[in-house]
Ligand binder design. Structure first.
Ligand code: AMP
Ligand code: GLY
Length: 438
């Protein structure tokens, strides 16, 4: 059985030379995409991941340290004499990893715990948006069962019920069925003590990842995720089943409104805090039929799988950008982009998102494409090697096949050609990624 290989734009498998030492925290497809972007950076010296996955082990060194072990992560960064730590997931940020790294004098891409509450608490984020006049849906906090019916009466269906907990995109119920909304409110109340009922925004979703510090910000190419597990956006929500960028729904005029009405006020708010926000502000948007943007959510990190289609479009030095942000120098950094499009299709384990069958061998023959300006390759996520060196699945989202090309259609075809060559028993993927752009 041949393990799937990976080569990226420059075909750079592993580097260890003078230059920056970077530790990437996390082990998903997003972190593999970050490692590949770092490997492509002229300023990079060596790349380390904690804990990483099969893909990150092909571009750097994996360390078996969990993303929840803040003390061990600090020791590892100190031991490596890391110039920069890039934090992928939100949980360690909410738990104060960035604060501890900065106390230890280590540069960190990712906000402090207080900044991370923009994702850690949807109620906090909503209050910040309301205070700043940022466009977003109205919201009610339901604190007792007796208030449920009146709350449901105050919004039109469909209803949006949100638990105020970190739930990897799965703590939200959107339904036009009043009984289902009632049940979701009751369940949230009994587990968390309160639950949010939010005004439903209609339109098309998009994500804008903004690299931000107190000196300035850079908006990366807008992307669109596919959150539902099934074709045509049906079935339960997942962490994301595929994405593409740039998303045509975010026209230059829409992007200007996003900047003026959302990013600018957020930047002004965050730059004036005692401790500056340094990291990615993920703006989750609904764009209505008039092109007006409304915020659905903020995240305090790069999106997954949005990162897999955004990083490959950056043509300038990614390591330099992330370090500049960690040091509060974004406004002095030149960031450039390819004019290409990218698409990624997630391969999920049997049972995902309800459950995930893991430990199965992944095999494949043709997993890289390079034809003129069209490229196809794999971003690994929940993957590992077994004792015999076989590539095996170890999570719900196993990998994603990514294509880049001058046109979105070429990027989508390349991604599907790659995923068509991969075998994993019981796995599934959506066959309609980027349908809105095609
Ligand atoms: P969230 O975890 O807040 O991103 O919500 C998960 C998904 O629920 C989003 O990607 C949307 O598809 C949907 N959603 C959340 N809030 C709203 C809203 N106010 N209006 C419409 N759809 C929403
Ligand atoms: N793709 C959705 C997220 O990263 O939250």
């Amino acid at each position: 059985m041949r393990a799937l290989g990976i080569h990226y734009r420059l075909g750079c498998p592993r580097k260890s030379m003078p230059g920056l030492t970077v530790l990437v925290v996390g082990g998903g497809g997003r972190e593999h995409a970050l490692c590949l972007g770092l490997a492509d950076s002229p300023s990079i010296g060596s790349i380390h991941s904690a804990p990483g996955n099969a893909g990150t082990s092909m571009v750097g060194v994996n360390h078996t340290v969990s993303t929840s072990d803040i003390e061990e992560l600090i020791s590892l960064a100190a031991e490596l004499d890391a110039d920069l730590v890039v934090v992928g997931p939100e949980v360690p940020l909410v738990n104060g990893l960035a604060d501890s790294l900065r106390t230890a004098g280590i540069a960190c891409f990712g906000p402090h715990a207080e900044g991370a509450m923009l994702e850690g608490s949807k109620l906090h984020a909503k209050r910040v948006m309301q205070e700043l006049g940022i466009p977003t849906g109205g919201c009610l906090v339901v604190e007792e069962a007796g208030a449920i019916e009146a709350a449901l009466d105050s919004f039109k269906p469909p209803w949006v019920v949100k638990r105020d907990v970190l739930a990897a995109g799965k703590g939200v119920t959107v339904t036009a069925d009043r009984q289902e909304a009632h049940d979701a409110l009751t369940a949230g109340l009994s587990s968390d003590g309160f639950v949010l009922l939010e005004e439903h925004l209609s339109g098309e979703e998009a994500s804008v990842l903004v690299v931000m510090d107190e000196s300035g910000y850079v908006c990366l190419p807008p992307s669109q995720d596919h959150k539902r597990v099934g074709e045509g956006d049906t079935g339960p929500n997942t962490g994301g089943m595929g994405a593409y960028a740039p998303a045509p729904v975010v026209t230059p005029a829409v992007l200007q409104r996003v900047v003026d009405e959302i990013v600018e006020p957020m930047h002004h708010h965050l730059r004036n805090k005692d401790i500056p926000y340094r990291g990615c502000l993920y703006v989750g948007l609904m764009i209505d039929s008039q092109g007006a943007p409304g915020v659905i959510e903020f995240n305090v990190r790069f999106g997954d799988p949005e990162t897999q289609v955004t990083i490959p479009l950056i043509s300038s030095d990614l390591a330099e950008l992330l370090l500049a942000c960690a040091e509060g120098r974004v406004s002095d950094t030149k960031v450039e982009f390819y004019s290409h499009s990218a698409a990624t299709v997630v391969l999920a384990s049997e049972g995902y998102p309800a459950s995930s069958a893991t430990g199965r061998i992944i095999s494949g023959s043709e997993v890289e494409i390079e034809e003129g300006e069209i490229r196809g390759f794999v971003h690994y996520a929940g993957t590992n090697f077994d004792s015999e060196g076989n590539l095996i699945s170890s999570g719900g989202r196993v990998l994603s096949a990514t294509g880049t090309a001058p046109e979105i259609s070429g990027a989508v075809s390349a991604a599907y050609e790659v995923i068509g060559g991969i075998e994993l028993e019981g796995s599934h993927y959506r066959s309609d990624i980027a349908y809105r752009a095609l």
